[in-house]
Design a protein around this ligand. Structure first.
Ligand code: UDP
Ligand code: MG
Length: 159
């Protein structure tokens, strides 16, 4: 039941100085940060991370987006962490993401607007879509020794 998920604060989140706001939302729900680093990935790495999307109509702009600046990568652990992180992040298209979610509260792009502008839909966050994706993505972004097992002071109450 305790699982892990990969979350990225994408370059728009870092450049807009929203990293603290975003990390806070995951921490306060009880998700434990067990790995974290800042990385500026290249186009090759983007193709590995978004291998399922390579070749799609939006992929080129997505690659430009992911590589336009550094990202903050983290591995979060908790009860059904994958599903929980996706709930906190909100739906993919910010204009439709529920208020109270990160995407719903801090962005409002629509697919049609960004398509017309020739850029990616900027939605601040990546979070693994399912358990399988999470396992692959954690292995891609983090070496085993970069993940840490420790006790949080509120573990007895939230886990
Ligand atoms: N994206 C886009 N246009 C689309 C679909 C997706 O620009 O029509 C971008 C958007 O930044 C999204 C990312 O590609 O977060 C990956 O798409 P996915 O469907 O996996 O959405 P997510 O899992 O991030 O919610
Ligand atoms: Mg996805």
């Amino acid at each position: 039941m305790i699982s892990r998920t990969l979350v990225l604060i994408k370059p728009d989140g870092v450049k807009r100085a929203l990293s603290g706001e975003i990390i806070r939302r995951f921490e306060r729900v009880g998700l434990k940060i067990i790995g974290m680093k800042m990385v500026w990935v290249d186009r090759e790495f983007s193709k590995q991370h978004y291998s399922a999307h390579v070749g799609k109509q939006f992929y080129n702009n997505l690659e430009k987006y992911l590589t336009m600046g550094p990202v903050i990568a983290m591995v979060l652990e908790g009860i059904n962490a994958v599903e929980l992180a996706r709930k906190i992040v909100g739906g993919t298209e910010p204009n439709k993401s529920a208020p109270g979610t990160i995407r719903g509260d801090y962005a409002h792009h629509t697919f049609s607007y960004t398509d017309k502008k020739g850029k990616s839909t900027m939605n601040l966050i990546h979070a693994s879509g399912n358990e399988e994706e999470a396992k692959q993505e954690i292995a891609l972004w983090f070496a085993p020794e970069e993940l840490h097992d420790y006790k949080r002071s509120d573990d007895d109450f939230v886990i």
